[in-house]
Design a protein around this ligand. Structure first.
Ligand SMILES: CC(C)(COP(=O)(O)OP(=O)(O)OC[C@H]1O[C@@H](n2cnc3c(N)ncnc32)[C@H](O)[C@@H]1OP(=O)(O)O)[C@@H](O)C(=O)NCCC(=O)NCCS
Length: 183
């Protein structure tokens, strides 16, 4: 089945809300948080991975990034029925390309300390662990591993560098709380 990437749209949010609960449980973002990301927050790239299904186009995964010299992966998720087919990697690679095109030198992300599969995906995409944030996923009382990818400069034109962009992981968007990291 062919998978395509395209920008995530407001009209995808019913489907995204279904997937959020499946993928992130108590850590699911609200529709309002996504609306804010898609419509009001600057410097964001949100992508949908879609396939053609019997009822038309179906969103099977999505991912988001905040651009900046130090870019931040906000989320990556793939429908359980479509995993281990390279869709997560496709999304992560597209985010890295976007970060590079916007002048990022590094890309950071937080991932659940207990999620070895996601950490392996990120490691294979070029991220390495650089620290830990204690109790970052407060709803589940789980630590985050902070991972970083260093980028080589883009061969093409470098976009405006939005240095100092807000760096927020999934939990912080949902709760609005900023937390001092120990990474
Ligand atoms: C993590 C996640 C995005 C991976 O999506 P995916 O489409 O299955 O990933 P891919 O098929 O591109 O996997 C690429 C590689 O990552 C690694 N990987 C991915 N999931 C894995 C798992 N569950 N266990 C072990 N390795 C895994 C493998 O090395 C895999 O390559 P392989 O299949 O050739 O062995 C998906 O499992 C998911 O949505 N999980 C819930 C949400 C989440 O944890 N998101 C990440 C934190 S924001």
């Amino acid at each position: 089945m062919d998978v395509r990437l395209r920008p995530l749209r407001e009209s995808d949010l019913d489907r995204v809300m279904e997937l959020e609960v499946q993928l992130f449980g108590a850590g699911a973002w609200s529709r309002g948080a996504y609306l804010e990301e898609l419509t009001r927050a600057p410097g964001r790239t949100y992508l949908a991975a879609v396939v053609d299904g019997p009822g038309g186009e179906l969103v099977v995964g999505y991912a988001g990034l905040v651009a900046g010299t130090e870019a931040q992966v906000m989320t990556v998720g793939v429908d359980a029925e479509h995993r281990r087919r390279g869709i997560g990697r496709l999304l992560v690679d597209a985010l890295l390309a976007d970060a590079r095109a916007h002048g990022a030198r590094t890309v950071l992300l937080e991932v659940r300390a207990g999620d070895a599969g996601a950490q392996r995906l990120y490691a294979r995409a070029g991220f390495e662990p650089i620290g830990r944030r204690r109790n970052y996923y407060q709803a589940e009382g789980e630590d985050a591993v902070v991972m970083r990818a260093r980028l080589t400069p883009s061969p093409g034109p470098v976009g405006a560098e939005a240095g100092g962009a807000a760096v927020r992981g999934r939990e912080q968007v949902r709760t609005g709380q900023e937390e001092a990291g120990d990474a």
